[in-house]
Design a protein around this ligand. Structure first.
Ligand code: AR6
Length: 174
């Protein structure tokens, strides 16, 4: 199937999405926070945090650009993939490469866990202040590149929350 046909765009709350995996824009503590992270832990309940704590006990916190996987508690998704986006700092600290790694490593972790459908929020574009236009382009480019190299993922959903992100993705995908 054509790579474009495997990509879907929605304006929605990612905690409501039915998919094998939804991605969380976490921080290095992996123990929750505000934004989409707060929403996921609130809606998913304590089971997610419990598994996050075990991961932290085993490996320490998360590194920027990397991803870990947990159960999804009460959410309709099967798994939550927690990835740590970069904090935007004028682009002087390899933020673009780190953001691309978030998408790549989350997709790879999905494949490793037999997930065929995965939903992404707009990582780093909230509290971490990554410019939305640049972030959208990196997300779309990395997902297309990944999908062109594997047929294990059947659907990637970009779940935008705010109008600005939705408009940017709409322009990039159409
Ligand atoms: N569903 C989908 N997208 C959402 C939702 C939701 N329920 N809520 C917010 N967004 P942010 P970051 C969008 O700030 O910039 C947390 O405290 C939001 O509009 O959640 O990566 C973490 O613990 C924005 O477009 O994540 C970290 O400390 C996008 O999600 C820090 O924030 C990302 O915004 C991570 O910052």
């Amino acid at each position: 199937m054509n790579v474009e046909n495997k990509i879907e765009l929605l304006q929605a709350d990612i905690t409501k999405i039915i998919a094998d995996a939804i991605v969380n824009a976490a921080n290095t503590s992996l123990l929750g926070g505000g934004g989409v992270d707060g929403a996921i832990h609130r809606a998913g309940g304590p089971e997610i945090l419990e598994e996050c704590r075990k991961i932290v006990a085993r490996q320490g916190g998360g590194k920027t650009g990397e991803a870990v996987i947990t159960n999804a508690g009460r959410l309709p998704a099967k798994y939550v993939i927690h990835t740590v986006g970069p904090v935007w700092n004028d682009g002087k600290y390899h933020e673009e490469e780190k953001l691309a790694n978030c998408y790549k490593n989350s997709l790879q972790l999905a494949v490793d866990n037999n997930c065929k459908t995965i939903a992404f929020p707009n990582i780093s574009t909230g509290i971490y202040r990554f410019p939305k236009d640049g972030a959208a382009k990196i997300a779309v480019d990395m997902v297309k590149d990944f999908l062109s190299k594997t047929d294990k993922i059947e659907k990637v959903v970009f779940v935008c929350f705010d109008d600005e992100n939705y408009g940017l993705y709409e322009a990039l995908l159409n």
